[in-house]
Design a protein around this ligand. Structure first.
Ligand code: 6R9
Length: 648
């Protein structure tokens, strides 16, 4: 990424009204590090506890005694915090604005209505025999019922696992089985860009490989006909007619699980990242308030999908815990046309807008006219998340969308971290395009070299976090050892993020991207191993190696090297078929952009594929392939170069 030298000072008008200015950021940050436990004892009070905590922090990152507990003797309920506690003053304020795929569809849901909906939903779950601690899989479009379902689970202490509705039936089945869900919640169909997405029928497909599921609860959304299996499938609207209107909240221990969310790693199948109740809620709500400078009455919009962690923390839990008005958008940025985002902002007077670099780059490519035909006067603050934002996209977002008036918070974090970790605070931090800038309160980032030596001052290396924070994931569901191995074994006593990072002379952090075999396609995390195992599952494929390469819009594209079985000839038809195959095995987001048939892959004598070489060839940069002398057969490299698919 090119390095931008530009610096944007905090606008004075912004600093004056912001929750924190530079001095208070420095003071609070210092306190949060020097007296970490006292800091979190104080800020834990931002949520309501039915039984107050007396122990704040009990954490160890020693891999022989690894445990992470925050507020461990406290009790609370997340649904109570996101709904009930606001009813006294804010029952009639809007909690959720829903904007449908079709610009004519929109709903405003007040806190009172949210309460009623969630109570009835929770009672339906109970009627289907869902109990505290049970896992429930959600496979839903971006409709308010997704938030109702999450909060209904939280209300009765069930653990939700949301599977992004773009994942295939196979991927869904794997995630249902991994956490042993007995109930799946879905909708008849989803709607995106004017097209219907057959969700219920995908669930039916998935359940052929997930036989322990007892019930499927179906939300009526498009109302098109779908098949309902007797004694298994239940319409939500019908079930709701027979349940009580009130549902008590279940008191939960701070460390009881709240949700599981599967995410890709560098090896093996996706990991079930487990987040718990108390620390997560403190983290999600505090970061939401400070990072977005949220004030009562603001209209806040995060354009993510609830199938990703950003949707969990910054569409649902963070904003609702803060009694905010959160906008939920079902559609895509380019439907009916490329000005949709900006039209939605005008229609609902959005003040704070949070989206991903891939969307910004795609819209940038459509030209400024789509933006300029809208007013956007309501906008005050912009945010970015999901991947490094290139300075060109940052400048466009700042100049064209925000008319140089709105600061941009480039927020670095991960599914594992529960919430934002490195970010500017708009009233406190001067901005540099492309830099996530400085740590949030309580976060102690460090840059280490390959041997684990901590580098001081301006430096480049791997990003680790040296101290626990309340929103940290607690384990990999069902595989605690994998949690320890993945995050705490590379660097002793530190959390390894998997990201590379540079720190400049001002102490600003610049995330340079993943240093492991994870690629980031349009802000979606994909393990190269997952795509490879889908490819080799095809009957004609003997071996596959997948790498990322720079892609103008997606950030990274997927480049697959495929070796075929001896009797099979490469063809463009087969390449198309393999792309389709991966779409069905995992989902459209995993479909390779390029397939290169390769008679052989570059391997060391011990059989390890040298991905470094494959990455270079995919980038069309093979002038310096480094040391190839350890290859078992150096001639394969010439063949790969000759047949490369990204010739410039
Ligand atoms: C929230 C989310 C996490 C990975 C992370 C990093 C990349 C996220 C970023 C960023 C640079 C930012 N990433 N935000 N890189 N600047 N502002 O995206 O979670 O899906 O788990 O992805 O995304 O590489 O390690 P998740």
């Amino acid at each position: 990424m090119s390095v931008s030298q530009t610096k944007y000072k905090v606008p004075e008008s912004f600093a004056k009204n912001a929750l924190v200015d530079e001095t208070s950021y420095n003071d609070m940050y210092r306190q949060s590090i020097e007296d970490n436990e006292a800091f979190w004892a104080e800020h834990g009070k931002r949520v309501s506890w039915s039984k107050p905590y007396s122990r704040v922090k009990n954490t160890s990152w020693d891999k022989d005694d690894l445990h992470v507990k925050w507020y461990e003797d406290g009790e609370l309920n997340v649904a109570y915090n996101c709904i009930d506690r606001h009813l006294k003053d804010k029952a009639n304020e809007v909690a959720i604005i829903w904007e449908g795929d079709d610009p004519k569809d929109c709903r405003h849901i007040t806190y009172a209505e949210l309460h009623a909906q969630v109570c009835r939903f929770a009672n339906v779950l109970k009627s289907l025999d869902v109990k505290k601690g049970d896992r429930v899989t959600l496979y839903l479009p971006m409709i308010p019922e997704a938030a109702f379902a999450m909060l209904a689970c939280a209300r009765i202490g069930a653990v939700h696992s949301i599977v992004f509705a773009g994942f295939s039936p196979e991927a869904l089945a794997g995630r249902i089985n991994d956490c042993d869900s007995r109930l799946v919640i879905t909708a008849d169909e989803g709607l995106r860009g004017g097209k219907t997405i057959p969700l219920k029928s995908s669930v039916d497909q998935a359940l052929k490989h997930a036989s322990d599921v007892k019930n499927v609860l179906v939300v009526r959304h498009t109302s098109n006909d779908v098949e309902m299996v007797p004694n298994r499938d239940v319409w939500l609207d019908q079930a709701q007619e027979h349940v009580a209107l009130e549902c008590e909240v279940e008191p939960m221990n701070a460390e009881d699980p709240l949700f599981i969310l599967y995410t890709s790693g560098s090896t093996g199948k996706p990991k079930g990242v487990l987040h718990t109740t108390g620390g997560y809620l403190v983290w999600a709500s505090m970061t939401h308030e400070y990072v977005f400078d949220y004030k009562q009455g603001d209209i806040y919009w995060c354009s993510a999908d609830v199938g990703w962690v950003t949707g969990h923390s910054y569409i649902v839990y963070g904003p609702l815990a803060n009694a905010a008005t959160t906008l939920m958008f079902e559609g895509v940025p380019t439907y009916p046309d490329a000005s949709r985002f900006w039209q939605v902002i005008d229609k609902h007077n959005v003040n704070i807008f949070y989206t991903a670099p891939t969307a910004i780059r795609a819209l940038m490519g459509q030209g400024e006219a789509f933006v300029k035909q809208t007013s956007r006067k309501s906008l005050r603050l912009l945010g970015s998340v999901g991947e490094p934002i290139n300075p060109e996209a940052w400048e466009w977002y700042h100049r064209v969308v925000g008319e140089r008036r709105c600061p941009i918070v480039d927020t670095w974090w991960q599914t594992e971290t529960g919430g934002i970790m490195i970010t500017p605070l708009a009233g406190a931090t001067d901005l540099k395009p492309g830099s996530a800038t400085l740590p949030f309160f309580g976060i102690k980032p460090e840059i280490v070299d390959a041997e684990g030596k901590v580098l001081e001052g301006p430096a480049e290396g791997n990003l680790v976090i040296a101290e626990s924070w309340p929103g940290q994931m607690r384990t990999v569901y069902g595989d605690h050892q994998r949690f320890i191995d993945t995050y705490f074994s590379t660097y002793k006593g530190k959390y390894f993020t998997g990201d590379g990072c540079r720190r400049d002379e001002d102490g600003y952090y610049w995330i340079t991207g993943r240093v492991d075999d994870v690629i980031n396609v349009s802000g979606h995390r994909m393990g190269t191993a997952e795509v490879e195992s889908a490819l080799v599952a095809h009957a004609e494929v003997s071996e596959a190696a997948v790498v990322g390469y720079p892609h103008d819009i997606k950030g990274q594209g997927i480049y697959a090297y495929v070796s075929l079985n001896a009797s099979v000839d490469p063809s463009s038809e087969l390449a198309t078929e393999l792309i389709k195959w991966v779409r069905t095995e995992i989902g459209p987001i995993a479909a390779p952009d390029k397939i290169q048939f390769a008679p052989g892959l570059p391997k060391t004598r011990s059989g390890k594929i040298m991905r470094r070489i494959l990455r270079k060839i995919a980038e069309d940069d093979f002038s310096n392939l480094g040391d190839t002398s350890t290859l078992a057969d150096p001639a394969v490299v010439d063949n790969l170069i000759a047949n490369r698919q990204n010739k410039k």
